[in-house]
Design a protein around this ligand. Structure first.
Ligand code: FMN
Length: 186
């Protein structure tokens, strides 16, 4: 089902060269300008009805915000995330204030797209992004206390990668993308 492969030639080098590093260079700081550009990239992503249902909590080594995030990393992500020049928490606005009313049915979809834009801006700046769910969601939600209607979705480590991607990477085939989950027509 999964096919080990390298990204082929022909797709954009920023896409082909992207991977989620499991080592970051601890000496590579993310400066204010870079952080600003990453957030600009997210800001200009499309969203349903231009609802922009995203927010980012950021912390860089040495900042008090970084100290607030570290205790909530799971051991698996802490191994590499602590060395990244930037940690991000991604939040989405799912509901209108503290009601059950959906703010946008596409809130999580739109957040993912904004993170993708941020990821390729990072790549263009010579940085890499490793998104992750390996953190204590409950503890981090208590720590950051997002506004009503907002929910933490994921975290991401951003920094200069040490080493390259794993040799064999697995992806479904393009044919499978198109064959689809729908039943054959009669
Ligand atoms: C929403 C999301 C959650 C993820 N959670 C984790 C995680 O908890 N730990 C981890 O090591 N990688 C995590 N990843 C990274 C994926 O494992 C990785 O993107 C996938 O294996 C493909 O590898 P590549 O990004 O190097 O192409 C996550 C990625 C996404 C988008």
């Amino acid at each position: 089902m999964h096919e080990p492969q390298e990204p082929p030639g022909g797709i954009h080098p920023l896409l082909a060269g992207r991977f989620s590093p499991s080592r970051f260079d601890p000496s590579a700081a993310v400066d204010d300008r870079t952080l600003g550009l990453l957030l600009e990239a997210a800001r200009w992503a499309p969203s349903a009805g231009n609802s922009q249902p995203w927010s980012f909590f950021t912390g860089r080594p040495g900042e008090p915000e970084h100290q607030r995030l570290l205790p909530h990393l799971a051991p698996g992500s802490a191994r590499w995330a602590v060395d990244a020049g930037l940690l991000l928490v991604t939040l989405t606005r799912r509901h209108v204030d503290d009601t059950e009313l959906l703010y946008s049915e596409f809130a999580d979809y739109d957040l993912g797209q904004a993170v993708a834009h941020l990821t390729f801006q990072a790549q263009a700046l010579g940085l890499a992004v490793h998104q992750f769910r390996a953190f204590d969601l409950e503890g981090l939600t208590e720590e950051l206390a997002p506004a009503p209607g907002w929910a933490i979705v994921s975290m991401a480590a951003v920094g200069r990668a040490v080493g390259g991607p794993p040799k064999a990477r697995e992806r479904h085939s393009v044919a499978r993308l198109r064959s689809g989950p729908w039943p054959p027509s009669a």
